[in-house]
Design a protein around this ligand. Structure first.
Ligand SMILES: [Zn+2]
Ligand SMILES: [Zn+2]
Length: 184
């Protein structure tokens, strides 16, 4: 469904997002299908939880078009880390002050397409808390302690390193340390 107005899937209302899907490997292609048929079929069955918005919401400015080619995603059928075809405001809890904050669609596009964070990541704190945490000189000190032996010494240290690099907006470091987390 459209992540803004929650309307069900409608082919005539998906021209803009259908045109964005850049891949060939993922579609549930049937013989005789056009490319658009295959894309549509894939979204209808929606096995990957692809986030899209209808043309009406995009035109009204309630959703912002995504640029999958600029995003960092994986496309494994067992996985839900599909690219964003459209962004809509999300309401998230801040784990520092407890307040809900809006992760605005414009911020999301910046986060995933300019900072290049992987698509399943999102900020854990509201903007003022992030600013406060970043400005604290203690972050750098803590990081150098956690990495004093070259590598974090436990999974909880590793998680903390990832949190700190997320706050510092260092997606390359986040991706590197995230890849070292044990899989479960
Ligand atoms: Zn809509
Ligand atoms: Zn907060």
């Amino acid at each position: 469904m459209c992540s803004s107005c929650k309307q069900g899937i409608s082919r005539t209302q998906m021209k803009r997002t259908l045109a964005l899907l850049p891949f060939d490997g993922i579609f549930l292609a049937h013989e005789g299908d056009s490319r658009e048929d295959s894309l549509y079929r894939t979204l209808v069955s929606n096995p990957l939880g692809i986030r899209w918005a209808c043309d009406a919401c995009l035109e009204a400015g309630n959703a912002l078009i995504g640029r999958p080619r600029k995003q960092r995603y994986t496309f494994n059928p067992m996985d839900v880390n599909a690219p964003y075809l459209a962004y809509t405001d999300r309401h998230l809890p801040c784990d520092r002050c407890g307040e809900k904050f809006v992760f605005r669609k414009e911020e999301q596009r910046y986060w995933y397409e300019e900072l290049n964070f992987v698509v399943m990541s999102y900020p854990k704190q509201c903007a003022p808390c992030r600013r406060t945490l970043r400005e604290g000189r203690s972050l750098n000190t803590e990081l150098s302690q956690l990495l004093a032996d070259g590598e974090p010494q436990s999974v909880s240290d590793l998680r903390r390193v990832i949190e700190i690099y997320t706050l510092m907006e260092k997606p390359e470091r986040v991706a590197y340390y995230t890849s070292r987390l044990p899989r479960n």
